[in-house]
Write a protein that binds this ligand. Structure first.
Ligand code: NDP
Length: 287
C-alpha cells in the first residue's frame, strides 16, 4: 500500500487565490489589508520566514510593513512601536517573529499586540477563546492543518487523534482544534511513556517534534492520516520533516510531504487572518 500524498502547495495556491480576490475587493472598498512584521536581530531562519511572509503578502495584494531592529534593541523601543501599530487604523495584522533576543519577555510582547490584530493567534486572549471554542484568530500552522483535513474530506468526529508535541505554537492549539472538531485527542511529548503504543492506535497522527524522521512506519497505524509539521535542515542543506516519509507512506492512507505539505499552508493562513481582520475593520468603518 502507498499513501495518497496531500499536496500542500496546490491547496495553498488555491486558497491564496481566494485570499487575493478578497484583498482586491477590500482595496476597492478603500481598505487595503496591511500586515506589519517585526523582526529583531539577524537569526537566519527568522530572516527567511519574514522574507517569505512579506513576499506572500505582496503576491496576494496585501500591503506589508516590515520593521527591522538590531539584536540589542531595547524592549521599550519595540513596545512603543507596537503601541503605535495597535493604534494605526491602516494596519490590520501585527506579527512579531519569534524567537526574540534574551532581553525580551516574549509573553509580554505577545500580550502587547492588540487582540484584534493578533493574526498569529498567540495572544493569551485568543488562545483562551480557542480553548472555549469561541471565534478567535487561530494559530496559522494548526489552522492550516485543519484546512487540509477539510479539503481532503477527512472526518474528524470520533476519530483517535494523536499529536506529538505540546508547544504553544503548534502542539497545544492543534490538540484544541482537533478536540473542538470532535476527535478523541491524546497529546504526547518527551515525557510520554511508550510513545509507540499511542501512535499505533492513531487514526490521525500529527508530528510536531523538531526531530528529523523521528516517526517511522512501524509507529503508524495502517491507513492512518499522517501530518508532518516538522521542518528540519539536514547537514547537506536539504529539508526534511519529523516523519520518515519513505517508511511511513507504505503504511499510512494519507500523508503530507516535507517540503510541500504543511509549510506553505502556514503562511496562507496568516494571509487569511490578515484579510479577515481588514474585513472587520472595513465593516466597523461602514465601508
Ligand atoms: P518545540 O521544540 O517547541 O516543541 C517540540 C515538542 O516535541 C515538545 O513538546 C517536546 O516535548 C516534543 N518532543 C521532543 N522530543 C520528543 C520525543 N523524543 N518524544 C516525544 N515528544 C518529543 O517545537 P515547535 O512545536 O515549535 O515545532 C515543532 C516542529 O515543527 C519543528 O520542526 C519546527 O521547525 C516545525 N514548525 C513548522 C511550522 C510550519 O510552518 N510547518 C511552523 C512551526 C514549527 P516537551 O514539551 O516535553 O519538551
Amino acid at each position: 500500500m502507498t499513501a495518497r500524498i496531500i499536496d500542500g502547495n496546490a491547496l495553498s495556491a488555491r486558497v491564496r487565490g481566494e485570499i487575493a480576490e478578497r484583498a482586491t475587493a477590500l482595496t476597492a472598498r478603500g481598505v487595503q489589508p496591511c500586515l506589519a512584521v517585526i523582526l529583531v536581530g539577524e537569526n537566519p531562519a527568522s530572516a527567511v520566514y519574514v522574507r517569505n511572509k512579506v513576499s506572500a503578502c505582496e503576491k496576494a495584494g496585501i500591503r506589508s510593513l516590515r520593521l527591522d531592529y538590531p539584536a540589542d534593541v531595547s524592549p521599550e523601543v519595540v513596545m512603543a512601536r507596537l503601541a503605535e501599530l495597535n493604534a494605526d487604523p491602516s494596519v490590520h495584522g501585527i506579527l512579531v517573529q519569534l524567537p526574540l533576543p534574551k532581553q525580551f519577555d516574549e509573553a509580554a510582547v505577545l500580550e502587547a499586540i492588540s487582540v484584534t490584530k493578533d493574526v498569529d493567534g498567540f495572544h493569551a486572549e485568543n488562545v483562551g477563546r480557542l480553548s472555549q471554542n469561541q471565534e478567535a484568530f487561530l494559530p496559522c500552522t494548526p489552522h492550516g492543518v485543519m484546512k487540509m483535513f477539510e479539503a481532503e474530506g477527512v472526518d474528524l468526529a470520533g476519530v483517535e487523534a494523536v499529536v506529538i508535541g505540546r508547544s504553544n505554537i503548534v502542539g497545544k492549539p492543534m490538540a484544541m482544534l482537533l478536540t473542538n472538531a470532535g476527535a478523541t485527542v491524546t497529546v504526547c511529548h518527551s515525557k510520554t511513556r511508550d510513545l509507540n503504543f499511542h501512535t499505533r492506535r492513531a487514526d490521525i497522527l500529527v508530528a510536531a517534534i523538531g526531530k528529523p524522521r523521528f516517526v517511522t512506519g512501524d509507529m503508524v497505524k495502517p491507513g492512518a492520516t499522517v501530518i508532518d509539521v516538522g521542518i528540519n535542515r539536514l547537514p547537506d542543506g536539504k529539508l526534511c520533516g519529523d516523519v520518515d516519509f519513505e517508511s511511513a507512506k507504505t503504511v499510512a492512507g494519507l500523508i503530507t510531504p516535507v517540503p510541500g505539505g504543511v509549510g506553505p499552508m502556514t503562511i496562507t493562513m496568516l494571509l487569511e487572518n490578515t484579510v479577515i481582520s481588514a474585513d472587520r475593520a472595513a465593516r466597523a468603518a461602514g465601508k
